[in-house]
Ligand binder design. Sequence first.
Ligand code: ARG
Length: 268
Amino acid sequence: MTHTTTIAAKRGGLALAKKAAAAGAVALAVASLQPVSAAHAADARVIGGKPAAQNEFPFMVHLSMGCGGALYKKDIVLTAAHCMDGSGNNTRITVTAGVADLNSAGAIKVKSTKVKVAPGYDGVGKDWALIKLAKPIDRPTLKIATTTKYNRGTFTIAGWGDVREGAGTGTTKLQKADVPFVSDRACKWHYGNRLVPKQELCAGYASGGIDTCQGDSGGPMFRKDDAGKWIQVGIVSWGDGCARSGVPGVYTEVSTFAKDIAKAASTL
Ligand code: ARG
């Protein structure tokens, strides 16, 4: 089993794991033996990122099963479906907010009450879910893109996930990096029909070196809107390994689901 497959399964994304396994496990197993590109290996963080400052991304939250998320409302977190065990009452998730360093004083910890996974989620596409919190968190929320207008340019990614492919530990200090948009057409050069172009958005450098990785799932990919405010365009979803050359990261295309997300939130 490959690392990608293992982690997805551990985090409840069994269907996603099956998809990854079916889709070229051989190629993955071979590729996973290769190190992250040497040019970036020395300063590897998110993969190839830097520590974020306290309060730089105040909407970022850490989830106790080892995923990321963003405050969609003060009492609702937007994350990835593959991080969740399904919809319904759920008081098992601890959401940590308000800190870049998970071990620093001032961490706000709130329990979940309910989870709503994307309707029809089966491990392929639709990788979003909402978590209702036991009480609101008094931190800024992150607005989501409602049109495809911002599916271009340079995006910021952030998370407490692995700083090296295969590490399996994550990091206590929030890491950040910038990655460029990759067109569906270019993204398919590597992923072929495993990409669901209407529901997924790719980002990364052709040379690799900078990417999200295991443990970053569910966290936001965001950029500035025309008014200079942060707007979420993606949710960390999956990829073959991390930061490999020619292999972009795959993100849930938030604008595609903006209406569904708003509707689901209103029922939580
Ligand atoms: N599925 C991973 C997780 O559960 C996220 C993988 C992102 N991979 C990538 N190459 N961008 O944390």
